[in-house]
Ligand binder design. Sequence first.
Ligand SMILES: [Zn+2]
Length: 85
Amino acid sequence: MLEEGPSTARDISGRVHISEKEAYGHLEHIARTLERSGRELVVTPAECTHCGFVFRKRERLTKPGKCPVCRNESIREPLFEAIDN
Ligand SMILES: [Zn+2]
């Protein structure tokens, strides 16, 4: 599914019938597995839809709760896609 195009954890959780939290857990595992097979999990970072702040330096993959700049909670979810290196 990740090779078909960008997906959110919510897309993945709905498609394979697991919780969103579980989907994020699997994504962290998938990222490491892909690296070993010469591929990469590309993450389009979450972004605040209010002020445009981008969560670039986020180490964990989960969606942030609120924006550190404007404190708004309308955060666009990160997108995940597998690519060949
Ligand atoms: Zn913001």
